[in-house]
Design a protein around this ligand. Structure first.
Ligand code: CP
Length: 344
């Protein structure tokens, strides 16, 4: 059994909350990535539990649907031995008109240590931090069009695992940039790590002044994909057609869908394909691209999501003293596995 890389116990991380990507510094993101790397080794063990957050309570408050984010936060909390509660909005008193603040106040009064929130309104996380920041940690699981920081971090982690560095890599984000919190999180984090970020969409799905975020905007798919090292597809939300932002889904597919042919014709030969999910196969991405294990990082992204969310819960809910305790626990574990190897 290989020993695990050490958990780091630097004092870089001082946050109790993760509510956006743009305010994360390079050093903080490095700390998240290194911590996630260590946790990713725990995920490959037969018994995936460590006692790090025993006694802590993490509540998932999802006002919008989710498969990946909600499940991976729940698993992350459980693997760290925290109690993970899925607050069901559809069967809660929210349906009787209870406000977000009153709901959070109720959960805080029951001893909740962290809330993980997804909501259609941009800015709800800041609002929660404003009211409860000294009592509970707030982790943003996607707010409106604003941000999805844990998605950006897991995408970066997946890329760093495969490429070691993204410095100077051309990364092209394709699709509904206008409504995408994933695009905004990724542009910031990929730029922070030195990538050259391009975005491409029909002009109706490109926000005005998107280039002020430091990316290069295109409406032509061929120039956007030319020599790309990584292509990141975004979900095309069907309601965009009803809103008149694209003339027809068929036309979008014709001009923007990521097909094997486009990947081979324009991108680097070793291009990687990503998608945050859920995918509309045959719309923003063709089946050959998404299912090709050689080039697709899509399953890796899902796995990385658990490690990244373990890292964030751990960093936000523990103190530097707790973290050095865990380092001792891990050193002990590594020593025991070394002794077992010698005995064999
Ligand atoms: N990528 C993502 O946020 O997926 P879910 O909506 O399934 O959580």
């Amino acid at each position: 059994m290989a020993s695990h890389p050490p958990l780091i116990t630097t004092d870089t991380w001082k946050r109790r909350h993760v509510i956006d990507s743009a305010s994360l510094s390079y050093e903080e993101v490095q700390e998240v990535l290194k911590t996630a790397k260590s946790f990713s080794h725990i995920l490959s063990r037969p018994v995936k539990k460590i006692p790090t957050l025993r006694g802590k309570v993490v509540v998932n408050m999802f006002y919008e649907n989710s498969t990946r984010t909600r499940t991976s936060f729940e698993l992350a909390a459980q693997y760290l031995s925290a109690d993970a509660i899925n607050f069901s909005v559809s069967t809660s008193s929210v349906k009787k008109g209870e406000s977000l603040i009153d709901t959070a106040e109720t959960l805080a009064a029951m001893g909740t240590d962290a809330v993980v929130i997804r909501h259609a309104s941009s800015g709800v996380c800041q609002q929660l931090v404003h009211y409860f920041g000294d009592r509970i940690s707030v982790l943003n699981a996607g707010d409106g069009y604003h941000d999805h920081p844990t998605q950006g971090l897991l995408d970066l982690f997946s890329l760093m695992e495969r490429l070691d560095t993204i410095q100077g890599k051309k990364i092209t984000i394709v699709g509904d940039i206008l409504h995408s919190r994933v695009a905004r999180s990724n542009i910031h984090l990929l730029k922070l790590f030195g990538a050259e970020v391009h975005v491409v969409a029909p002009s109706t799905l490109l926000p005005l002044h998107i280039e002020s975020l430091g990316c290069i905007a295109h409406t032509n798919i061929e120039t956007a994909l030319q020599d790309a090292d990584v292509v990141m597809c975004l979900r095309m939300q069907m309601e965009r057609q009803q809103a008149g932002l694209i003339p027809a889904l068929r036309e979008y597919i014709r001009f923007y869908s990521i097909t094997q042919e486009r990947l081979e014709k324009f991108c680097k030969p070793d291009v990687l394909v990503m998608h945050p999910g859920p995918m509309n196969r045959g719309v923003e991405i063709a089946r050959e691209g998404s299912d090709n294990r050689e080039i697709s990082l899509i399953t890796n992204q899902v796995t990385s999501g658990v490690a990244i969310r373990m890292a964030l819960l751990y960093l936000c809910l523990s103190t530097p003293a707790d973290r050095s305790g865990l380092e001792r626990f891990q050193a002990n574990l590594n020593e025991r596995s070394h002794e077992r190897t010698l005995a064999v």
